[in-house]
Ligand binder design. Structure first.
Ligand code: FMN
Length: 135
């Protein structure tokens, strides 16, 4: 089991209107691929945490990197998941936006395991969008 964090800056001004729906639509593909995770959108930037088998993750990453909707994708962390179970067990793709002054700045400024620390620190400050929670 591998965990991965990637970031992207879509650069498409329509993304804000579409991103929650996109996340909902992504759940089917993630369920089929055995992926679970969380997509965070701060108004213009995206950060996604995904966990699953290496092959499924790499296939998804290839598709995301080729999707013009994302712009350029930066993989910030990729490592074996050193936990007895998934962080997002049962969540094929949760979706949330950071509340108040909390932002994705720290995630965009780091690489490696520090990104997991920043992601976990951000979790209490995430507002779930309508339809954002669930499997
Ligand atoms: C930031 C971002 C993250 C995404 N993450 C996923 C994902 O985890 N799984 C997924 O199936 N699609 C994800 N998508 C959507 C895919 O890029 C793509 O639109 C979707 O797989 C539909 O592709 P299809 O029309 O070829 O079926 C994401 C899109 C964006 C903009």
């Amino acid at each position: 089991m591998i965990e991965l964090i990637h970031t992207s800056e879509p650069g498409d001004s329509n993304i804000a209107a579409r991103i929650a729906q996109l996340a909902r639509e992504s759940r089917r593909g993630n369920r089929a691929a055995g992926l679970t995770g969380l997509l965070i959108f701060d108004g213009w930037r995206c950060c996604e945490y995904l966990e699953g088998e290496a092959e499924a993750l790499d296939r998804r990453l290839g598709l995301l990197a080729a999707d013009p909707a994302l712009g350029s994708v930066t993989v910030r962390h990729r490592a074996p998941l050193a936990l007895p179970e998934r962080r997002f067990h049962g969540w094929s793709l949760s979706f949330a936006e950071p509340a108040g002054p909390h932002s994705l700045d720290a995630l965009f400024a780091n690489l490696g395991p520090a990104c997991i620390v920043h992601l976990l620190a951000l979790m209490p400050w995430l507002d779930s969008a309508p339809g954002g929670v669930g499997v």
